[in-house]
Design a protein around this ligand. Structure first.
Ligand code: ZN
Length: 256
């Protein structure tokens, strides 16, 4: 039985029911969960940071290798923008679902680390995160606070203090493979899940796009909390299409 009732209480009640009945539920999130934190979804026309530049041109591993100053001129801005953002109520509710033992973890495409900051513990960041940068030479890790400090001081390219080599953000750049470990963890969680809550994602971009299919193939159900169409709308048990925070609040209310 499938319901598609926008922000209706019935849809939220159905999701609460599914969550309570599930044993191995997992959350999957995309850019939409961070929009209420003031982080634009780069696919939203006219709103994203990518409007000004071609991401393939600057956020590419080849640019980092060839011209780190150019890479960091762009990526430094991104670090500064994301570094100051705070988790919103949607991140908090996801963390609370884990805290209550209702979900096993969250798989996210977001690099903003806001799930962790909201208190989620089992977070699989399939595109990495801005939390640290690594020296490609010696492997030293440098935390974002230090990177932001350097950028604020006018350093063009943050470097390893020992090797004087440009630091690379631990995010997946264009032209790079996704991290094996994170992908294996994501697929394991998705295949074991009896319920996947897909939040704030159009489910169009690999790898997130493939994960609901993994859960469905293994006999699990999926719920979608996202504005706009997704390729999984027909297969979803329930779809909530209102504001992400309002919808998750309604689900939380229905659980109490
Ligand atoms: Zn080094």
């Amino acid at each position: 039985m499938r319901t598609q009732l926008g922000s209706s209480a019935r849809g939220a009640e159905r999701v609460a029911e599914l969550l309570s009945a599930s044993r191995r539920a997992v959350v999957l999130t995309g850019a939409g969960v961070s929009v209420p934190s003031g982080i634009p979804d780069f696919r939203t026309p006219g709103k994203g940071i990518w409007e000004k530049v071609d991401p393939m041109e600057v956020a590419h591993i080849d640019v980092f290798r060839r011209d780190p100053d150019r890479f960091w001129r762009f990526y430094g801005e991104r670090f500064a923008m994301l570094g100051g953002k705070r988790p919103n109520r949607a991140h908090e509710i996801v963390a609370e679902l884990e805290e209550r033992g209702l979900v096993r973890g969250v798989i996210t495409q977001n690099i903003d680390r806001l799930h962790r900051r909201a208190g989620s513990r089992n977070v699989i960041e399939v595109h990495g995160s801005i939390e640290t940068c690594t020296c490609p030479e010696c492997g030293a890790r440098v935390r974002i606070e230090r990177i932001l400090e350097l950028l604020e001081r006018g350093v063009r390219t943050p470097e390893c203090e020992t090797c004087i080599r440009p630091l690379k953000p631990n995010v997946v750049l264009f032209g790079e493979l996704l991290p094996d470990r994170a992908m294996a963890d994501a697929y394991a969680l998705a295949s074991e899940a009896d319920l996947m809550l897909c939040i704030g994602s159009s489910l169009e971009v690999y790898p997130v796009a493939s994960l609901p299919g993994v859960t469905l193939d293994a006999g699990g159900r999926i719920v979608i909390v996202t504005q706009g169409p997704t390729p999984y709308d027909r297969e979803a048990d329930t779809k909530l299409e209102g504001d992400v925070v309002a919808e998750l609040e309604a689900v939380l209310d229905a659980l109490d």
